[in-house]
Design a protein around this ligand. Structure first.
Ligand SMILES: [Ca+2]
Ligand SMILES: [Ca+2]
Length: 119
């Protein structure tokens, strides 16, 4: 069931357009912009498939109304690859990380995606 949800969310995420993260959130060096709660879009302290669902719902809201319904901090947390927009790539990273950590992986999402730990 969890695998089916992951596959379903991945398929949906691949169909949505990117949501731009607020310009004020953009900075030049990736290492300086990564938030401590990277990937944790629902602010429950963990990054899992529920966060991908938050991203998907916000993308649907964005498409329908032009408003994501998320706070700037949530948008920044969900820009997992730190490219300045929330999109299917971020959702795919979250789902990949959820599968990794659910399988016993111990890296943080920052290390998993970016290859290093925050200071
Ligand atoms: Ca979360
Ligand atoms: Ca992104």
């Amino acid at each position: 069931m969890k695998k089916q949800l992951t596959l379903f969310l991945t398929a949906l995420l691949l169909c949505i357009n990117p949501l731009p993260v607020s310009a004020e959130e953009e900075m030049p060096a990736v290492r300086t912009i990564l938030p401590r709660n990277l990937g944790d879009g629902n602010s429950d302290g963990v990054c899992n498939s529920s966060d991908a669902a938050v991203l998907l719902i916000s993308a649907a809201n964005w498409g329908a109304t032009g408003i994501s319904g998320l706070t700037p901090a949530q948008e920044k947390a969900l820009d997992v690859n730190a490219d300045g927009s929330m999109d299917a790539i971020d959702g795919a990273w979250i789902l990949r990380y959820a599968a990794y950590s659910g399988g016993g992986g111990t890296m943080s999402i920052v290390e998993y995606v970016h290859g290093y730990e925050l200071d």
